[in-house]
Design a protein around this ligand. Structure first.
Ligand code: ATP
Length: 310
């Protein structure tokens, strides 16, 4: 769906992105991860035909963004970092306006707006003026305008920006719900925000791609990864024997018949840990995933000297 080669953009003498190369398959949900200023917005704007690259190529569904922007625009839906909303319009009215702009025939507009509102949880605010919406709802309208013409590819630039934790959970669920119908490229500066939503991650640092792969692949490559902390009531040797099959495990504490252990787990193995403990007849008291380790992996990728992506 996306094929990028040698993509470079200079602002004056400053290279915002340099020699980016990646491919994204049809139907994939991809996280584009980087600290502020890493070059995410610049890349997404080029893919969205909003900005011309200085050099290199970006092909979307077989069409070059520079030589065939019209064909590319018909195939994509773009949520920029600041959603393009008209405050004085109602939600449904705005989505119908956007649908017409994107070439949806008059007979289909009503159904497409209803479909977009359904997917983004906006049915209850169809009549509400956009100016009256909370930030979370405005972001949803931003996503709805991006998908109202049923594009094959959705490009979402930091859809989680400024959302509170509850709105963030809703946004993640919304993006997961798009899987299957669209290829999705979603940017963020927080790994935790997109790691559970995306099939694969592209990590960008100072304009260069420094890593790409699944969360598990990135963890293994850096020789680290997640871990699971587990508290079990039982005899130390027995608990260790039960958990040994799940992954490398060590005891980190023991008191009053309760053993605390850490299991190295680059991916989320909590269901497996729970299953083996309970089926061994042991009492499971606590089960936590060490997600801060994932953030520290991301920081190592984006701050440390990891070099270029293979
Ligand atoms: P953020 O999350 O803060 O938006 P980003 O990863 O999206 O960051 P970009 O906005 O693509 O990063 O910016 C990449 C680099 O290019 C930054 O150093 C930024 O200052 C610079 N830059 C972006 N837009 C322009 C512009 N119009 N003129 C000059 N420099 C720019």
């Amino acid at each position: 769906m996306i094929h990028v080669e040698g993509l470079t953009k200079y602002y004056g003498s400053h290279a915002a992105i340099r020699d980016l190369a990646f491919r994204i398959g049809r139907g994939e949900v991809i996280g584009f991860l980087g600290l502020n200023g890493a070059g995410k917005t610049t890349t997404l704007k080029i893919l969205g035909c909003v900005l011309l690259p200085t050099s290199g190529r970006a092909i979307i569904d077989g069409y070059d963004v520079v030589s065939h922007p019209h064909e590319v625009r018909q195939r994509i839906g773009f949520l920029p970092d600041t959603p393009p909303l008209y405050d004085e319009m109602g939600v449904g009215e705005f989505l119908a306006f956007v649908a017409r702009l994107r070439g949806v025939g008059s007979r289909d507009v009503f159904a497409r707006v209803a479909e977009a509102e359904e997917k983004t949880g906006l049915c209850d605010v169809d009549d509400a003026p956009i100016s009256s919406l909370s930030h979370g709802y405005r972001q949803r309208v931003g996503v709805a305008q991006a998908l109202v013409h049923r594009p094959a590819l959705l490009i979402l630039d930091e859809p989680g920006s400024g959302l509170d934790p509850r709105q963030m959970v809703e946004m993640r669920a919304l993006i997961r719900g798009l899987r299957g119908e669209h290829t999705v490229l979603v940017s963020s500066h927080l790994l935790s925000e997109i790691s559970q939503t995306c099939d694969r991650l592209l990590v960008i640092k100072e304009g260069e791609l420094v890593a790409q792969g699944t969360e598990e692949e990135l963890s293994q490559r850096l020789g680290g990864g997640g871990f699971i902390e587990v508290e079990v009531r039982g005899e130390r040797e027995r608990v260790l024997a039960v958990l040994a099959g799940v992954g490398p495990v060590r005891v980190t504490g023991e008191a009053e018949g309760v053993v605390t252990l850490r299991v190295d787990a680059p991916v989320d193995l909590r269901p497996r840990v729970a299953q083996v403990v309970v089926s061994a007849g042991l009492e499971l008291l606590r089960l936590d995933r060490g997600v801060e380790k994932l953030e520290s992996l991301f920081l190592r990728l984006t701050h440390g000297g990891e070099g270029r992506a293979p």
